[in-house]
Write a protein of this length. Structure first.
Length: 289
């Protein structure tokens, strides 16, 4: 498909509040026991690279076209994004019957010296509820060597509490992380993921609406056994072969407590550029086919 970007820009200029009316009229979907979500909140954190291409996500028209294709495929339940992207998708009528998750903290810009001080610069819980969306997502890098981590933990705890008060999903994506040669680095072992999940599960005054978004690592059985909260597996930006990635997801989805996938760049920018085919394979894994 081809998106008329000039028309989209003109609609934003002529009638900016149309997104509010579209959100009010949108037919949403309750998050089910299995979920396949497409993630598109990377650009707001300054992370626009994918598949070794440093500017892959820089062209907004191209990104939106890929998102519309992905959201139109059978088995895709919804999308995770920042206000700018979700409002574009509302204008494109791409969010009907979808689970929509608003990304909340994007202040820890990729590659910055303040990456672990991940401020809440996008959605808040009240706006997510006002827009009729189904939940909010938080990225929580837990760096024991950086005192900024505690501010992120505190603000995340408040967001979890606020979302639960409104009956909305709080999707928490935790990592144990550290500085390595001046770069924020996530620690991707089962031991570290279990520790991050334990910390994330305890954030907020209640965990009744908390879901964990966790990476696929070795010994995923230990990760799945560490919590009673629903787990969604994240996709990341794969460097290897797609069939190896899909096998990792397949194995992870078979574990108790794992309820689905949240995948962005791996599906939106596949090696062969066939977005529909990549999405169909991932959705089939979630649905057990």
């Amino acid at each position: 498909m081809s998106i008329d970007m000039n028309d989209l820009r003109q609609r934003r200029i002529d009638d900016p509040d149309s997104v509010l009316r579209l959100a009010a009229d949108r037919r949403g979907r309750e998050p089910g026991s299995r979920l396949m979500l497409v993630a598109a909140d990377h650009p707001a954190r300054g992370a626009i690279a994918a598949r070794g291409r440093p500017d892959a996500m820089a062209d907004r028209g191209d990104l939106l076209e890929r998102l519309v294709v992905a959201l139109g495929r059978p088995g895709v339940d919804g999308v995770l994004g920042t206000p700018d992207i979700l409002e574009d998708l509302l204008l494109l009528d791409a969010l009907e019957d979808k689970v929509v998750i608003g990304s909340m903290n994007r202040g820890g810009l990729a590659g910055s010296s303040f990456e672990f001080d991940d401020r809440f610069t996008a959605y808040d819980a009240d706006t997510i509820a006002a827009m009729g969306f189904e939940g909010g997502k938080m990225l929580v890098r837990i760096a024991l060597d950086d005192p900024a981590t505690v501010r992120t933990l505190e603000r995340t705890a408040h967001a979890v509490t606020d979302l639960a008060r409104l009956g909305l999903m709080a999707m928490v994506e935790p990592f144990m992380s550290e500085w390595r040669e001046g770069k924020a680095t996530n620690l991707l072992t089962a031991e570290q993921v279990v520790k991050s999940a334990a910390i994330a599960a305890g954030l907020g005054t209640t965990s009744r609406h908390t879901w964990l978004k966790l990476p696929v690592v070795g010994e995923m059985e230990r990760v799945a056994a560490s919590t009673t909260l629903p787990i969604l597996l994240l996709g990341g930006d794969p460097k290897g072969r797609d069939d190896e990635i899909y096998e990792q997801w397949r194995a992870g989805l078979a574990l108790p407590g794992v309820r689905g996938l949240v995948i962005g760049r791996a599906l939106l920018y596949p090696d062969d550029d066939d977005v529909a085919a990549a999405v169909d394979v991932a959705a089939g894994l979630v649905r057990g086919s």
